[in-house]
Ligand binder design. Sequence first.
Ligand code: PLP
Length: 405
Amino acid sequence: MAKFNDPEIEALVEKEWQRQNSGLELIASENYPSPEVREALASPFMFKYSEGYPGKRYYAGNENVDTVENLACERAKKLFQAEYVNVQPLSGGPANIAVYMAFLEPGDTVLSLALDHGGHLSHGLKANFSGRFYNFIHYHVDPKTFIIDMDEVEKLTAEHKPKMIVAGFSAYSRNLDWQRFRTIADKVGAILFADIAHIAGLIAGKVLENPVPLCDVVGTTTHKTLRGPRGAIIMSKEKYGKKLARAVFPGVQGGPHDHVTLAKAIAFGEALKPEFSKYTKQIISNAQTLARTLINSAIPVLTGGTDNHLLLLDVSSLGTDGAEIEILLNDAGIRVNKNLSPFDRGTPQAPSGIRLGTPALTTRGLRELEMELIGQWIAEIIKEKQVSDSQKVAIKELALRFPIR
Ligand SMILES: *Cc1c(COP(=O)(O)O)cnc(C)c1O
């Protein structure tokens, strides 16, 4: 660990390092980027100001920054078969602001997945800029299958004629029908925006279908399954490049974080290697093993399984709620998050759902055998509503056998 010459800070970082190493991280949005990606974040590129784009900067001395940014763009284009890439967005939220700004006027109608059905807060939450500035209409999952109701998407599109359709999620475990989204969008001339923040790594690893060729614009964070630094990128058809560039800078942001751009370039380089594809296959296999273990232990998994890196449990029929289970599991050393599930009768503070994801533990090298163990522990703790000392010891032991690199 780095030395800070500040005992208070050093102790704090050490404490967090211990907490992470001794626990099992199943929060679906988290991951551990490589030491090389982390090293890049402390590189001299951090010191630079470079408002503008390669070859057109508002500051001198950007010849190396230009090379880094071009390299990151080239690698992302190759990874996702994108025509245009912007690597400057600081995170997923700001990237989405820029996408909306590029294509919409305030008050325009946008169709997106309802938040409590798996959507993201930047897809129209009233308290978020998106819900405040645009007229979001939501589609839902089917009440019986919990699969996105594409007939409803089609019906709402015909009825509201949205200027944009957002396809993407933070809590949904099944594949999206990208082609059907495209067909529906084309019927009213809507922009099709895929927000692949959660699944970008699985797409880069070629284990999930790549929507980039089908969509007008695609945004993603770089720090979830893609295993890069915290940040985001936007991809689109060439013809939209100019207006997206203007929306990111000067529309939404000032100077790009060039050290993060360097880290993105490194992460994209890693994702282009065959090992990354193997990693993403393992993520899905781990998630499916975890789902199967929980189902075999009579814990309800929404949709009966998963196609990607995450799964959703509904614990309301077991006499508990997501908040209680999140706290119990955290106490046991298993980190998950509570989640509103579709048609939830609970509250956001005490929802029925739990979201689990396998990207972080897969990075640490855990495989099917360990997923079975973890699934059994989770099932026991949910059913007993308590954690034993022997469980705590075993969980910590397992975590310490797979240290963070
Ligand atoms: C995580 C996520 C974001 C936001 O990313 P931040 O980097 O946390 O701002 C946007 N969209 C979706 C679908 C996400 O899952």
